[in-house]
Design a protein around this ligand. Sequence first.
Ligand SMILES: Nc1ncnc2c1ncn2[C@@H]1O[C@H](COP(=O)(O)OP(=O)(O)O)[C@@H](O)[C@H]1O
Ligand SMILES: [Mg+2]
Length: 283
Amino acid sequence: MDYTEINLDDYTLSGEGGNSLVYSHKDGHSVAKLFTNKVDAEGAAEEFNTSLLVYEMGIPTPRPIRLVSHNGQLGQEFERIENKRSYARIFSQEPQMIDPLSQRMAQMTRQIHATPADTSKMISMKERVYSALKFGEPSELKERMARFTDTVPDKPICLHGDINIGNIITDGKRTMWIDVGDFSYGVPEWDLAWSVFFVKVVPENICLDLFHVGKDILKQHWTVFFNAYTEGMTDKERADFEESLTPYMAVRSYTFFIKNFQKDVMPHPMNEIIEEIMANTKV
Ligand SMILES: Nc1ncnc2c1ncn2[C@@H]1O[C@H](COP(=O)(O)OP(=O)(O)O)[C@@H](O)[C@H]1O
Ligand SMILES: [Mg+2]
């Protein structure tokens, strides 16, 4: 894959994610997303190819343009969405929007989860999990996670892979998913569990850093989102479904962390919570 070296004098910093800095080009038409974590050329190219596939499938997401680099930092260039705000930003500024937008996000999530996946072109979430579990030293925790993952079916439907309120943006007319590099296929539990992880496990200070909102707002969002996503279920079915997400949440968050930060212990208190969940999971 070819990387185009960019000159940051032509760009201004315009956004920040958990793993990247996003710069807008002075022509106004594109943004360059440069990874701040350890991503090798192959990893960056894989993420770019995934973004391209997602775009070509017709999922609403900014058009990927090319792979870029700057002083050894790798990244991707995308069509710039002008005057966008993430749902996270909107919730922090206009809490009355939590209800309607969380419902909209649930419908958009259901749309992804209703899209059949071409398994010859995409990798499964189970493969992502197994490949992350190979990092570092073997451990009891990793073995339990692998055994749990063995029990999960490989459903050929699409998953976003990183659904959270920072990865959905709107310019007032269109609503789009961003950060689609972990797009995969599998059971919807993986996506839902990742969303509930922020509500149930991530500490307040990290939520504020990532999303500009605290846990109270995240909880409010999750309740509306999950009720809308599970529309038609009885309260008991919904509660059981939410409970069943717990081991997925542990495995998905731990393997996301390993892949992105190349460390096999999550920061306190998340690691302790994840260990306890896996200790209580029958595998
Ligand atoms: N195509 C785009 N147009 C405009 N802004 C964008 C675009 N893509 C990302 N951004 C901005 O950059 C931020 C981080 O992007 P994201 O892809 O979520 O990175 P990360 O993987 O680090 O979370 C977003 O919250 C958004 O503000
Ligand atoms: Mg993001």
